[in-house]
Design a protein around this ligand. Structure first.
Ligand code: COA
Length: 319
């Protein structure tokens, strides 16, 4: 906590002031996979909850579209941004960072960098943004953008049906009154790397069942950590915004946390797993449909390859 010129403690917290999304036009349905792979709409829907996903665009173009919408929603022009953080697992180039391309497309001010913590990346980026705001940065554009269709073997039924492309973004601004980020938890277990990875130029390799089991475990532990860290209980959570990988993973985690599914934002039926984009897409869906009210308590919870995990509790307040 900082002190002012009179030596009085002052808060320099952060809050979310805008959001935006971008999805490519091409819709790929379960029926499209059924037509060319040994799979069925029934299997995909029952085992994952996914009905369709979008393919197309580049990580930078989707990121810029979502970022532009988030800036508009926050009532800001790009030059008012002091920092751009792009969470992505699928950068368009090895170098420079995709955030450089996005900076040029948008015209944002300040610095820009990519962050890769796989599907847990967006919440990692939110936490980093909160830390930068505490250090004096005023406005951060946080974007999650991924084009997983490019690193997925479209002939492998065990992965092809799961992933999609998309982007979501939020603006985080300094809040001099109260920090709306109540707690956070970041983690990684690198020994789990072999269960989900992708070599340069290759396709994702995954042990689905192992990822499933570990995902539920880390989501529950991480969520418990932030709930306790914010001195709350599960009953205090008004909305869960989980990483959208598999509906059954979310249901299993919610059940263990004793949080009903009605309090959960789900978009995976329409998007599949969009990695870094999934949490901001689910946030935007909730915010746009009026599900988020001033002062409500929101639990964000991500997990991904690494194995990484990340959670934060945010007190919702746009004003
Ligand atoms: N259509 C039909 N059958 C399929 C299939 C598909 N698209 N994909 C896999 N199968 C088959 C498997 O080959 C297996 O067949 P077998 O029993 O003859 O070997 C059978 O379905 C059951 O496989 P299993 O892996 O036990 O199924 P599951 O209930 O665990 O569901 C996943 C598979 C991949 C949907 C599930 O494990 C999962 O979602 N894991 C987590 C993946 C994830 O979230 N990754 C990203 C993390 S960020």
């Amino acid at each position: 906590m900082a002190t002012n010129d009179k030596g009085i403690m002052t808060i320099r917290g952060s809050r979310i002031t805008g959001w935006g999304t971008a999805l490519p036009d091409q819709i790929v349905t379960n029926a499209d996979f059924e037509a060319r792979l040994d799979t069925s709409d029934k299997w995909i829907t029952e085992r994952t909850g996914i009905r369709e996903r979008r393919f197309g665009g580049t990580t930078a173009s989707l990121a810029a579209e979502a970022g532009k919408m988030a800036l508009k929603s926050a009532g800001l022009v790009p030059s008012e941004i002091d920092l751009l953080i792009l969470s992505t697992t699928t950068p368009d180039l090895t170098t420079p960072a995709t955030s450089s391309v996005v900076q040029d497309l948008l015209g944002t001010g300040g610095g820009a960098f990519d962050l890769n913590a796989a599907c847990a990346g967006f919440v990692y980026a939110m936490v980093v943004a909160g830390g930068m705001i505490k250090m004096g940065t005023n406005r951060v554009l946080v974007i999650g953008s991924d084009t997983l269709s490019k690193i997925t073997d479209q002939n492998d039924r065990s992965t092809a049906v799961l992933f999609g492309d998309g982007a979501g973004a939020i603006v985080m601004e300094a809040d001099p009154v109260e920090d709306k980020i109540l707690s956070y938890d970041l983690g990684v277990d690198g020994s789990a790397m072999p269960i989900l990875y992708c070599n340069h130029g290759g396709y994702m390799t995954m042990e689905g069942r192992e990822v499933f089991k570990k995902a539920v475990r880390v989501m529950v532990e991480s969520a418990k950590n932030v709930i306790e860290g914010a001195k709350l209980t599960s009953d205090d959570i008004d909305l869960v915004i989980p990483h959208q990988a598999n509906l059954r993973i979310i249901e299993a985690a919610n059940q263990r946390l004793k949080i009903p599914m009605e309090k959960t934002s789900i978009v995976l039926d329409k998007t599949g797993n969009t990695s870094s984009a999934s949490i901001p897409l689910a946030l935007a869906a909730a915010a746009d449909s009026g599900r988020l009210k001033e002062g409500e308590i929101v639990l964000f919870c991500g997990f991904g390859a690494g194995m990484t995990w990340s959670s934060t509790i945010v007190k919702w307040s746009k004003e």
